[in-house]
Write a protein that binds this ligand. Structure first.
Ligand code: IPE
Ligand code: IPE
Ligand code: MG
Length: 248
């Protein structure tokens, strides 16, 4: 078998607790609107929920948590909202990176960070460097991230290094932003929409999908438990039959 993290090539050993959870944290704006608050109030609450979910992932023994914070399409939002989201990102990094490090959490940012201002880029760099050796939980924050961007990047890296040579699944998978990370076992989207919105397109091929109407600012440890319980009831066949799974 090729040594690849692609589950179309290698079948991961199922575990009761998903090793990698990927979340589209959606519904901040609607949460705020329901309360006659500005959208940014929803984003502020959303950051609080990130902290709770990280804490609970550690309690559960999750190894990788990938969070969609800002998509490559979110630049289309009103300028004011984009600026506030950037400010919040800066503030969250300033306040939380030290605590994350103390708690053994590794922080990684995936996405095209070159479009962010220098201060934010510096905070990202220093946060990643500081926490690089931590092993308790890795939090991958997708910022200015798009799944298609990621795949194209991987392709272009390959073409540059191996001009004219065909690329394999394993070669491509290894060049993605999370090329060294096992694919998500469980995908959660809050906020009621049932779409992928250009998140980890390649890696979600065999991920168990879970959608909830709960708005992200209302998502808590109990809500995460519900998603994990739903995951535990799934039968991950990866193309095989049920009968094959019970055979030794
Ligand atoms: C998700 O919440 C946060 C970001 C996309 C940054 P939204 O802001 O998309 O909230 P809704 O979907 O408008 O409720
Ligand atoms: C997806 O949410 C991106 C993030 C949560 C960061 P959106 O709210 O931007 O997704 P669409 O536009 O409704 O698909
Ligand atoms: Mg949304």
């Amino acid at each position: 078998m090729p040594t690849s993290s692609s589950s179309t090539l290698a079948i991961p050993e199922p575990t009761a607790i998903p090793k990698h959870i990927a979340i589209i944290m959606d519904g901040n704006g609607r949460w705020a609107k329901k309360r006659f608050l500005p959208r940014v109030a929803g984003h502020v609450k959303g950051v609080e929920r990130v902290k709770d979910v990280i804490k609970h992932c550690i309690e559960l023994g999750v190894e990788q948590l990938s969070l969609f914070a800002f998509s490559s399409e979110n630049w289309r939002r009103p300028q004011d909202e984009v600026s506030k989201l950037m400010e919040l990102f800066v503030m969250a990094l300033e306040r939380e990176v030290g605590k994350m490090h103390k708690n053994g959490i590794r922080l990684r940012i995936i996405g095209d960070i070159g479009r962010f201002d220098t201060r934010l880029q510096e905070l990202i760099q220093s946060g990643e460097t500081l926490t690089a050796g931590n092993q308790r939980l890795t939090v991958n924050v997708a910022a200015n991230y798009g799944g298609r961007w990621d795949i194209l990047n991987a392709m272009n890296a390959w073409i540059k290094a191996h001009p004219g040579e065909p690329i394999s699944e394993a070669d491509l998978a290894a060049r993605l932003s999370l090329g060294d990370t096992p694919e998500p076992d469980l995908f959660i989207r809050t906020g009621g929409e049932e779409r992928i919105s250009n998140f980890l397109l390649w890696q979600l091929a065999y991920t168990e999908l879970y959608f909830t109407d709960t708005l992200w600012p209302d998502f808590n440890a109990k809500a995460l438990d519900r998603a994990v319980i739903s995951y535990q009831k799934r039968e991950r066949r990866f193309g095989r039959t049920s009968e094959q799974l019970v055979q030794p």
